[in-house]
Design a protein around this ligand. Structure first.
Ligand code: HEM
Length: 198
């Protein structure tokens, strides 16, 4: 399989991946606390909740939306994890900017959320070794698709390559991928909100 689009997206978002990785790095530490974990889950809940609302609200024909909904949704997994850790979270409306953009832009956005599952596999391993030694509940978001992760990623990449065809679409997809990383990083900086103990 030729992975021209994927390689271009990877190259053009490398700097932002590094920034996102820095924000999530506490989860890899032996000293990771439940509060660190809950804070990051809270950011992820708001991000994915709003991401899903906006992708759903696209009112033109959208192959990107049809790829993502309903099978790839994940805000509910974050909410379940927070709940299982005896905390609660309620959704705040925050703008991402996916409603009135091209479908190629959305494919770039999906590249970020689908690709983040690869990092999730590294994170869940560290969480199991450290914070979650004696507990299995509360890890469903980062556990993701588990053994299916590689297969689902390849399937996604095939779809990506089939839908981002022209140079103009590639430019839009790069914008979408960069924008999605940037909004996630901004969410992490903006949100002072923390889950509440139940
Ligand atoms: C501690 C945090 C993170 C770690 C350790 C991590 C690690 C990784 C690893 C190991 C890969 C696979 C690279 C490869 O196979 O070539 C990957 C890919 C990827 N990650 Fe992360 N990641 C983290 C956070 C994130 C976040 C927060 C996002 C965005 C929401 C993200 C988005 C991506 C994307 C889009 C890819 C696919 C890159 C490609 O095209 O191969 N990652 N990450």
């Amino acid at each position: 399989m030729k992975l021209e689009v994927r390689n271009q997206l990877k190259l053009s978002t490398q700097d932002l991946h590094d920034k996102a990785e820095f924000i999530f790095a506490p989860l890899l530490s032996r000293e990771c606390t439940l509060q660190d974990y809950l804070s990051i889950l809270s950011v992820l809940f708001h991000f994915h909740h709003n991401f899903e609302m906006e992708i759903s609200a696209r009112n033109t024909r959208s192959a990107a939306r049809d790829h993502y909904i309903p099978g790839r949704l994940r805000a509910h997994k974050v909410a379940k994890d927070i709940h299982q850790l005896n905390h609660s979270v309620s959704a705040e409306r925050m703008h991402i900017g996916l409603t009135n953009v091209s479908d190629a832009f959305c494919w770039g956005a999906l590249y970020v959320v689908e690709g983040s599952q690869l990092g999730g596999q590294v994170i869940v391993k560290a969480l199991r070794e450290n914070l979650f030694k004696n507990q299995s509940e509360g890890l469903s978001f980062f556990t993701g698709d588990e053994r299916e992760t590689g297969k689902n990623w390849i399937n996604f990449l095939k779809e990506l390559e089939n839908h981002v065809l022209s140079e103009a679409q590639l430019a839009e997809a790069k914008d979408g991928a960069r924008w999605t990383f940037i909004r996630l990083i901004e969410f992490a900086r903006e949100l002072s909100y923390k889950p509440q103990q139940r």
